[in-house]
Each structure stands twice: as structure tokens, then as C-alpha cells.
Design a protein around this ligand. Sequence first.
Ligand SMILES: Cc1cc2nc3c(=O)[nH]c(=O)nc-3n(C[C@H](O)[C@H](O)[C@H](O)COP(=O)(O)O)c2cc1C
Length: 236
Amino acid sequence: MDENVIDPCSAKRLPKELPTDPMRWAKAWLDEAVSRMVSRNPNTMTAITVNEQGQPSGRQVLCKDFVEDPGYLVFYTNYKSDKSRHLEHNDRIALLFHWDSFGRQVRLEGRAVRSPAEESDAYFASRDWGSQLGAWGSDQSAPLESRATLIAQVGRRAVKLGVNAATSLKSIARSDRPMISRPPHWGGYRVWPHRIELWIEGEDRIHDRARWERPVTPGDGDEFVVGNWTGTRLQP
Ligand SMILES: Cc1cc2nc3c(=O)[nH]c(=O)nc-3n(C[C@H](O)[C@H](O)[C@H](O)COP(=O)(O)O)c2cc1C
């Protein structure tokens, strides 16, 4: 890297002249939080979607990929969950990271589109076997009578996938584990932000804050065409 390029992780403040690559800053902060394991799930982000009545609703998801250029983030979920139903109706989404021990916040706003099937297949194949079964076992966000009903449902679906019913799932030897393919109702979303805000905690609540915006327009297939970021410093 050019030695004149500022290292976002050692910067105590946003540079006087705002950087033109805020996604690089956000990714560097995320990577540092992950490499230093600042919490059990340092890649956690709050994802806010809007339902059919216009009601926003937030929940935590894990950021599984952060592609700096052209600039999108990926999370995985059940395509029949409430959040996915919201996104199918309204693809607008907000994402929010907060790393308290670093005094850093990143806010992103944009549009979500399902990841290409091959990408979801590849990620699903990389997951541990128990999580693969879990994706088949739960109808995320659907009402449930009891925990016992859920356990029975997970067991029944495991048997359908070729798992030996008599054994507890954890005790099944690796060699006896059938290959589990990705359920069609499970996969990734790519979030293409058109707005990003970086926030660094300051003394006496005089925080450092700037927002960048860029044009994002649908391109071929799943891709979006993005323009350059323009930054504006904001009062805290
Ligand atoms: C730390 C943490 C990470 C989570 N990661 C995910 C995730 O990556 N994908 C997911 O679908 N749910 C994840 N969840 C569960 C969601 O917060 C939420 O309960 C679930 O997705 C159902 O949300 P919905 O009914 O609004 O769709 C996570 C929860 C926590 C606390």
C-alpha cells in the first residue's frame, strides 16, 4: 500500500481532508475488531428492514463478507424469515456496526439483493455440519408451539436428509454424516450501500463524524453500478 495512505486503525480522528474511500476505512475497522476479537461476534451488525406497513424492525446478523470494491456487504439468512419478507417487498436496508472498546460506529444505508446462488452454495458448504442441518431444521420467524416441537421437527428433517435417527446429532461420526446441500430457502443477501457514516468517539461528546454518499444504480443481473463517494463532515 502507498505509505501516504492513512491507516484507518491508527487514526484517532478522521483526516482533515475526508478520505474518498470510506468503505476501506469501515473494512479496516471491521478486520481489526475481528482479528482482536473485541467481542464473541465482532462481525455482528444490526440490520434494519421495513415491513409492509412501513414499520422498521432491527435484529443482529453476522457480516460474512465485506467487499471493499465495488463495495457491498454480505449476510446469510432464511429467505422465508420476516427480514427476508420485508426485503422482498422493500429492498431498502440499514446496517449498523458498533465496536464499543474502539469507540467506533459505522452506519450504512442501501439496498439488498439476494446473493448469486453459487455464492450461497459455496458459503453453505463451508459451514460446519451442525449449522447445515440447522438451516434445514428451522422455519425462521414462523410461530412455534414449544421447544419440544422444534427439537422433534429438527430430528424429523435430519432423518429425511439421511441422518441416523437413533443417535444424538452431535455424536454422529464424521464418516456417517451425509452431505447436506443448501436449502433453497436459505442464502445470502448482498447489501449495496449508497450512504455510509463513520463515527469516532471524542472527549466530552465532541465526536468525529462524517457521512459519504454515492450513486448506486441497478446494472446487469445481480450487479449494481456505483459512482464515487462524496463526503460531508457532520456535527456530532
Ligand atoms: C450475535 C447474533 C448474530 C446473529 N446472526 C444471524 C445471522 O447471521 N443470520 C440470521 O438470519 N440471524 C442471525 N441472528 C438471529 C437474528 O438476530 C434474528 O433473531 C433472526 O434472524 C430472525 O429475525 P427476523 O424474524 O427479523 O427475520 C443473530 C443473532 C445474534 C444475537
